[in-house]
Write a protein that binds this ligand. Structure first.
Ligand code: 5GP
Length: 179
């Protein structure tokens, strides 16, 4: 399937599964090498990162733990509008080596919010692992140590990422066709 239709948008395949898995393999090796002996706690950010998390974790070769968090958006009282709250974090992360596992870093604001929230809970260190980065859109300074792939600004779906709730199940990544 080279082209898919989701609601009003057409998408064309841009990153095939084999390519994705090669890059996930590379990131997993780097993490396993760098964080050996630290019993890292992987914190997977749902929903978008579920497929990346599964493939990444299958390739991590050191003792580690995994947990899942979600970001809930709500309208805050502040003038900035939507505030994202981290929910589901039940682990005590004090003194732990934490690896945030995200699907995509776009402006970086979501990641910044996560780092702020987790930072108040006294972890030893926090690392970022993301499937994708859109470097041209980054608005904040982030130390992204483990990025599987860099992509242009176009909207993508598949491999866990959705358009209006649909498209997460595709094994490849697709880019929107603007016509
Ligand atoms: P940021 O806060 O970095 O701007 O946005 C990160 C979030 O925006 C991601 O976790 C993801 O949910 C969403 N996002 C950003 N770019 C894309 C994209 O191209 N496709 C999809 N499906 N979601 C995206």
């Amino acid at each position: 399937m080279d082209t898919i239709q989701i609601k009003d948008k057409r998408f064309t395949i841009s990153i095939p599964e084999e390519h994705i898995l090669r890059e996930v393999d590379r990131v997993a090796s780097a993490i396993s090498r760098d964080l050996a002996g630290k019993n890292p706690l992987f914190l997977s950010v749902l929903n978008g990162s579920f497929m990346f998390t599964a493939d990444l974790m299958k390739r991590i070769t050191i003792p580690c733990e995994i947990s899942f968090v979600k970001l809930a958006s709500y309208q805050g009282v502040s003038s900035t509008g939507t505030i994202k709250e981290v929910i589901g974090l039940n682990e005590n992360i004090t003194g732990r080596t934490v690896v945030i596992v995200e699907d995509i870093v776009d402006t970086g604001l979501t990641m910044q919010r996560l780092l702020e929230t987790l930072g108040t809970r006294n972890p030893q260190e926090i690392h970022i692992a993301t499937l994708l980065v859109k470097p041209d859109k980054l608005k904040v300074d982030l130390n992204i140590e483990y990025a599987a792939m860099h992509i242009p600004n176009d909207f993508i779906v598949g491999y866990g990422l959705d358009y209006d709730g649909l498209g997460r199940n595709y094994r490849d990544i697709y880019t929107v066709v603007n016509d």
